[in-house]
Design a protein around this ligand. Sequence first.
Ligand code: GLN
Length: 235
Amino acid sequence: MHLYPDLLNLYGDRGNIECLKRRLQWRGIDAETVAYTCDDTGFELSDVDILFLGGGSDREQKIVCSRLLEHKEMIKDYAENGGTIIAVCGGYQLLGKYYKLEDETIEGLDVLDIYTEQGSKRLISNIILESDLIKAKIVGFENHGGRTFIGSHKPLGRVVYGHGNDESSRAEGVVYKNVVATYLHGPLLPKNPQLCDYILTNALRHKYADFDGLEPLDDSLENMANEYIVNRFVK
Ligand code: GLN
């Protein structure tokens, strides 16, 4: 389920949906995307295997937050019970307790024990991470005013180039159960096919107890593109 593609859709975030779908279909696994937009009036998560939230401006984020608060408990339960969530930037921030702006505080969904505060400058950069989840480095692009403090949560990765969650920790994103939350646009998954397969594997394991792993795909072009970016910024 793609939540609010009409509001949270920065820097090609929609490409994540295409990537998830294609990488399943290339392996003969059927996949369907349901978009939930501003015009819709309610949703259920019982049949949802992957929930995706992209990034957006503070204004758009505020609208989404106010609408999603009525589904707070359902989204929290979904995550606690092992449902897969991918959240990028504005979507990442709204999974936390709050996002504090200069003159107001936006309440979050409290799925993660984290909070975000707006800083004086935007953190804008290409970004490269090392992560325990996959062998390849994770590459992307970040542009956020918020600094996210993740407490005792495990980050998605360590920043080797760029900013990440805040100015000083060198941590980026959060991984909690089957929730992957990150500042990386790009879009994230087409640029990082190993991460896409990591997420798909978890979602399939959660759905089918006897799932025995994804068939490998020929990712030579994707890997070359990923390595090119790493070599451009990390010597
Ligand atoms: N509005 C948020 C911020 O600036 C998120 C931006 C985004 O999704 N790129 O921090």
